[in-house]
Design a protein around this ligand. Structure first.
Ligand code: NDP
Length: 295
């Protein structure tokens, strides 16, 4: 029975963190600059608080300074904008991240537009996305989760050029930029979303599938072409009485079925998740290098 190679995001992320650690210390020794990341969390969503804590811990692990701001749920847009503007002007901060989702009384677009593009390490600024979509232009930062997906393909020696790729999901933060990146890498890309009829007819054609939907086990074995490569971005809690927490996390792809048909697949957890934070560190370091003209 065929069994897919496991694309081990956890160990690749560790390798990338080690590389960044070396580079950060080389930069500090050469020019005395320590890269800094500011993370702003509004409200007290548990999942967001966990993400922020992990980002902070990861920064520490590679020698990047992190500055955390926590604002109460009922803060005003003006209060948040003031923090963003102060970080925009602060030379010790090279990356600014506003943890999403924001409380519903805030206008996400206003907030994200306020982060100066040189420090937009999430890569969500519309100008950045515009550059990502255009030929002959370079984005200032590539959004972290899609960048992590492509990095996994690169590090596993999986070629993208000329391949048929299907992205499931078209969100601003994952699906859409993932499709743009695959296209930049010369794949022929189809995007499947909630209004697509018979999505399996598309996925069955794909050499590479990136799934970013948020539906547990939606992608079945029968959706997959034998030998395809599967990058599963989905993180979905499902009930599990056997787990101490009462739930466990699964991807969008039915791993058990897919791993018998695909040639390579990311597990959940331990696939794309750890790569997202590694790419955030990478973007913060890239920003510090660019701001200080360090090579
Ligand atoms: P969104 O909810 O913003 O987007 C989901 C996308 O999936 C939408 O484009 C939607 O289509 C599409 N979709 C929904 N249902 C279906 C369906 N039945 N068939 C086909 N397409 C469908 O989610 P995100 O992009 O933010 O996140 C997607 C998943 O990835 C989530 O599980 C999230 O937890 C995870 N995630 C993981 C990260 C990581 O680091 N590993 C980082 C970010 C997210 P439409 O546009 O028509 O509504």
């Amino acid at each position: 029975e065929a069994s897919a190679k496991v694309i081990d995001g956890k160990s690749v992320a560790k390798q990338i963190r080690d590389e960044i650690t070396t580079e950060v210390s080389r930069m500090k020794d050469a020019i005395g600059v320590i890269p800094g990341l500011a993370v702003i969390l509004v409200g007290d969503r548990k999942d967001s608080a966990t993400y922020v804590r992990n980002k902070k811990k990861s920064c520490e692990s590679v020698g990047i300074n992190s500055y955390e701001v926590r604002l109460p749920e009922d803060s005003t847009e003006q209060e948040l904008l003031k923090f963003i503007s102060d970080f925009n002007d602060d030379p010790s901060v090279h990356g600014i991240l506003v943890q999403l989702p924001l409380p519903s009384h805030m206008n996400e677009q206003n907030i994200l537009n306020a982060v100066c593009i040189e420090k937009d390490v999430d890569g969500f600024h519309p100008l950045n996305i515009g550059r990502l979509a255009m030929r002959g232009r370079e984005p200032t930062f590539v959004p972290c989760t899609p960048k992590g997906c492509i990095e996994l393909l690169h590090r596993y020696g999986i070629s993208i050029k000329g391949k048929r790729a299907v992205v499931i999901g078209r969100s601003n933060i994952v699906g859409m930029p993932a499709a743009l990146l695959l296209q930049r890498e010369d794949a022929t890309v189809s995007i499947v979303h909630s209004r697509t009829k018979n999505p399996e007819e598309f996925t069955r054609q794909a050499d590479i599938i990136i799934s970013a939907v948020g539906q547990p086990n939606m992608v079945r074995g029968s959706w997959i072409k034998p030998g395809a490569v599967i990058i599963d971005v989905g993180i979905n809690p499902v009930e599990d009485p056997k787990s101490p927490r009462g739930y466990r996390l699964v991807g969008d792809v039915c791993y058990e079925e897919a791993s018998k048909i695909a040639s390579a697949i990311t597990p959940v957890p331990g696939g794309v998740g750890p790569m997202t934070i590694a790419m955030l560190l990478s973007n913060t370091f890239i920003s510090a290098k660019r701001i200080h003209n360090f090579r």
